[in-house]
Ligand binder design. Structure first.
Ligand SMILES: *Cc1c(COP(=O)(O)O)cnc(C)c1O
Length: 466
């Protein structure tokens, strides 16, 4: 199977190549040239099967023979053995026809673990095979950095550097980055904001000489491997609730649109989905896009759900490409308008395509706190604020016949202050995640200065050309 860029100007790549490059040369995102599909019988056969078995079947369809079955299966088994729950991604019933899909039983308590744990193993496998090395650099406002450093610390061929704004991530999030055991992972505290960190990453990628010197790569949510890994749990949840014999509604707390786009991919692969509901906080650009047909950027507001404080949802480009009938010229034109005019209007057929598959809703911070309190009062459940946004938005879809699955994207212990304020209870950190409590922190404080950070990376990465 070949992978093509949403912008149509970069060469088509193999699975392995798409995995390693992340972003396409034309700044587009890679998608498979055609969607692999499963028959209703094949989907029915997922019922009652272990998570790793379904993951193998789904991921294998995208790898398409580039990695042998035994090796792929072993990587998947290893990746999900790091999860604390035997189901890997369990469902918890929260209403007569509503379930929470808990995606947070991985090592860093965030749903990012589901994709990072397998992505790290796949990338390292391909690099080892080729005798090559890479340097991964990223910026994080909290969750992604911890999940990536934890997943990539095992990699022989990869050195990973994540920048975070000094003093602006939670204690739990900082400790998850600064106590990782492994000499190939580095947390860098930047004297600046998250935007400064992100701009620095962009500047490093634009600095061609540095990029080539250390063989820079990225594992932010534009990497196809992350979307691919996330399609799996849509199949496991749906099959266990009676799919393909009844369609399921999924409600997804959304930021960069990677998670919910994976749901759409599952639909393209044959999974009967009723609605995919985009849940946003007050940064409701996606909900406004669905109701007005126009994607218009506003200022980002800081909320109690920081992973959803976003205006440019990078994976929305993949949906746009699909909704425009895979017409890359129009993708380029609309994204150009986003850059020059701060927004664009969806063509009628693209708008109709999106409306056919998606709904959207938003919850403000007061509603989110109320929902955390209500879940606790009604059945003693402690929900993280991102999950609570989706629970709130999902209430509008719970009276139909089809099961509603809410994606629970973080463990409540990652956001103890908000959860305690709403419920009076402090969520306990699960035992396996807590073991680093007393561990010494390894913090590298650097100024908001590209040259200083590049020098730091160049002297530590093993991927540097002699
Ligand atoms: C990353 C994240 C999200 C948003 O997921 P996207 O794929 O970026 O839409 C939601 N909730 C939590 C807790 C996250 O860490």
């Amino acid at each position: 199977m070949r992978y093509i860029s949403t912008r149509g100007e970069a060469p088509a790549l193999s699975f392995k190549e798409a995995l390693l490059v992340g972003l396409a040369d034309d700044d587009g995102l890679y998608v498979p040239e055609t969607w692999p599909t499963f028959t209703p019988g094949e989907i029915r056969a997922f019922r009652g099967r272990p998570y790793t078995e379904v993951a193998f079947t789904v991921i294998r369809a995208f790898v398409d023979g580039e990695i042998d079955d035994a090796t792929l299966r072993a990587m998947i088994d290893e990746a999900y053995a790091t999860f604390r729950h035997p189901a890997v991604v369990p469902l918890v019933q929260s209403g007569p026809n509503t379930w929470l899909m808990e995606l947070f039983h991985g090592p860093t308590l965030a749903f990012k673990d589901v994709a990072m744990q397998i992505l790290a193993r796949l990338m390292d496998h391909v690099l080892t095979e080729r005798g090559e090395r890479l340097t991964i650099v990223g910026a994080t406002s909290g969750d992604t950095g911890g999940a990536a450093l934890e997943a990539f610390r095992h990699c022989e061929g990869i050195d990973t550097f994540f920048m975070y704004p000094d003093g602006k991530v939670s204690d739990v999030q900082r400790r998850q980055m600064t106590t990782v055991e492994g000499d190939n992972t580095h947390a860098i505290a930047i004297d600046g904001t998250f935007d400064d960190c992100q701009n620095m990453v962009k500047a490093m990628f634009a600095h061609r000489a540095f990029r080539d010197e250390v063989r820079l790569s990225a594992v932010n949510s534009i990497n196809w491997g992350r979307v691919m890994a996330q399609t799996v749990y849509y199949f496991t949840a749906a099959a266990s609730l009676g799919s393909p014999d009844r369609p399921i509604t999924f409600v997804v707390p959304t930021g960069n649109f990677g998670d919910i786009f994976a749901g759409h991919v599952a639909g393209r692969m044959g999974l009967p989905i009723d609605r995919l509901v985009i849940a946003t906080n007050e940064n409701d650009i996606l909900s406004r896009t669905l109701s007005t047909g126009s994607y218009t950027v506003a200022d980002v507001r800081a909320t109690i759900t920081p992973s959803m404080d976003i205006q440019i949802s990078s994976n929305f480009e993949r949906l746009l490409h699909e909704a425009l009938g895979r017409e890359p010229g129009t993708v380029v034109e609309l994204l150009g308008r986003l850059k020059s005019d701060g927004g664009y209007t969806l063509p009628a057929d693209a708008r109709a395509y999106i409306a056919e598959h998606f709904d959207a809703g938003s919850a403000d911070q007061a509603e989110t706190r109320e929902t955390i309190a209500a879940l606790h009062a009604e059945f003693g459940y402690l929900a993280d604020p991102h999950t609570a946004v989706a629970v709130r938005v999902g209430q509008g879809f719970a009276d139909g016949e089809n099961p509603v699955v809410i994606l629970a994207t973080a463990h409540p212990a990652k956001f103890p202050d908000t959860v305690k304020a709403a419920t009076g209870s402090v969520p306990a950190v699960p035992a396996r995640a807590a073991h680093r409590d007393g561990a010494p922190e390894d913090i590298n404080r650097l100024p908001d200065d590209r040259a200083a950070v590049e020098a730091f990376i160049a002297t530590r990465t093993r991927a540097r050309e002699a």
